[in-house]
Design a protein around this ligand. Structure first.
Ligand SMILES: Cc1cc2nc3c(=O)[nH]c(=O)nc-3n(C[C@H](O)[C@H](O)[C@H](O)COP(=O)(O)OP(=O)(O)OC[C@H]3O[C@@H](n4cnc5c(N)ncnc54)[C@H](O)[C@@H]3O)c2cc1C
Length: 390
């Protein structure tokens, strides 16, 4: 049984305890008939659609869009969900998280009509969501986006390329960011809801990555949308992208924490069973050192992640530095923990199909997407220097 003592930390409320139980029950009882390790595009897409449907049936998607009475996300619930689902299977965490990231701009900036048109379908698992700011020449530097949206009567016409779009190919709607030109750079971008069946939106290419999930490059070729598809005001696109990312940033750390906990549990099981030199691997002090280091990294990550989520939820703070620390530390520490687990498994650790091998592939992209480790360091330093100037 994985360590759940952290749930008694003062960051959590009763509803989080109930949610943790629901998630655990869902993950252990509702997924066993699915092969969560398929790599073929068609099977992968079918799996993701089915996972989203099942999450919805278990009423677990409402945390991805329903805002609290004050109009905010319950970030602790998002983090708990990602941690627990991630501990069971990366693809399940992925399917859950993308419903939130892909609809976050609508939750945060949509008009009542936009929220009513899109969010119920996301929560019901009928509509799959995607978030599309990245471009071939605009990843870390989102203000460099080149996709254009040109006003034409009551419409905007979008042209350009979006890449690395998770859920690309299976999403029903994409939040597309494009240059509307109110000002140069970050202030000249706007956000649009583009439905997947729009003839100007083309899934140009699937991208194969080391931990397979639906991922694609999209082409926008004279893609015409009504002006009412714009989220927020013209020129607010960058703010919308950054605000959404800042909510979900610490949840990436939480998913990584789930992976790390799973790797730790796998390693604990292995070292107590495996005999070398006439005794159990767990008896050697070098093994114990590894276990201790893994446990410290896991607790340190959890503290940073739930501190950030708590500061957002309870203090109502933007918690920019705390969120960046949580994302950076959670993902980097998980990489170390998983690497140690692979080492403790010896040769078996790199065999295709072993859980630690899968986690080793699964963790890598989390250090890159939604702001790389280097970008998080820049954000952390930026907030420190800004405060020092005050
Ligand atoms: C699996 C996966 C899923 C993704 N899903 C989505 C999605 O759903 N939607 C979406 O829009 N995007 C998505 N992305 C894209 C992701 O957000 C970008 O890959 C990420 O922001 C990095 O951008 P880039 O790949 O262009 O790298 P670059 O920006 O080219 O960075 C390359 C390297 O340079 C470093 N670097 C950049 N700037 C600096 C600097 N100022 N100082 C020092 N180092 C720097 C980076 O840290 C990195 O190590 C996904 C990516 C992956 C891998």
């Amino acid at each position: 049984m994985p360590d759940q003592s952290y749930l008694d930390w003062p960051f959590f409320e009763e509803r989080h305890h109930r949610l943790a139980q629901d998630l655990e029950r869902f993950a252990t009882t509702q997924l066993s008939d699915l092969d969560l390790h398929v790599e073929d595009d068609e099977a992968l897409d079918a799996n993701c659609r089915e996972i989203v449907r099942r999450l919805a049936r278990a009423d677990l998607l409402k945390t991805t869009c329903v805002l609290t009475e004050e109009g905010k996300f319950d970030v602790r619930s998002l983090c708990l969900s990602r941690e627990i689902l991630g501990r069971h299977a990366g693809i399940v965490d992925f399917a859950y998280a993308m419903q939130g990231l892909g609809s976050g701009p609508i939750s945060l900036f949509g008009t009542r009509e936009q929220r009513e048109a899109y969010l119920p379908g996301v929560i019901a698992g009928e509509k799959i969501a995607a978030f599309a700011p990245s471009e071939p020449d605009a990843g870390s530097d989102l203000a460099a986006m080149a996709t254009t949206a040109t006003r034409d009567g009551d419409d905007y016409v979008l042209n350009g390329t979006k890449t690395w779009i998770s859920n690309g190919g299976i999403a029903h709607q994409y939040i597309v960011f494009a240059r509307t030109g109110e000002a140069p750079g970050a202030k000249g971008l706007s956000a649009f809801i583009v439905e997947a069946d729009n003839p100007g939106l083309i899934v140009a290419e699937r991208i194969k990555v080391i931990a397979p999930h639906p991922l694609a490059t999209l082409t926008l070729d004279n893609c015409r949308v009504k002006a009412s598809a714009m989220l927020g005001k013209p020129g607010e696109g960058f703010k919308i992208a950054v605000s959404t990312l800042s909510i979900f940033r610490c949840t990436v750390g939480a998913a990584a924490l789930g992976f790390a906990r799973r790797a730790f549990d796998e390693a604990m099981g292995r070292v107590q069973k495996r005999s070398v030199f006439g005794q159990k691997l767990a008896n050697f002090q070098l093994t114990q050192t590894a276990l201790a280091e893994m446990a410290i990294e896991i607790d340190a990550s959890a503290l940073l992640i739930y501190r950030a989520a708590w500061a957002k939820d309870v203090r109502g703070e933007r918690a920019v530095r705390e969120s960046s620390m949580a994302k950076l530390y959670g993902t980097e520490a998980a990489q170390q923990v998983i690497d140690k687990a692979v080492q403790l498994f010896g040769g078996l650790g790199v065999v295709h199909g072993m859980i630690v091998e899968e986690l080793y592939r699964e963790i890598r992209a989390l250090r890159i997407y939604e702001g790389t480790t280097e970008i998080q360091k820049l954000i952390i330093a930026d907030t420190l220097l800004a405060e020092a100037k005050k």
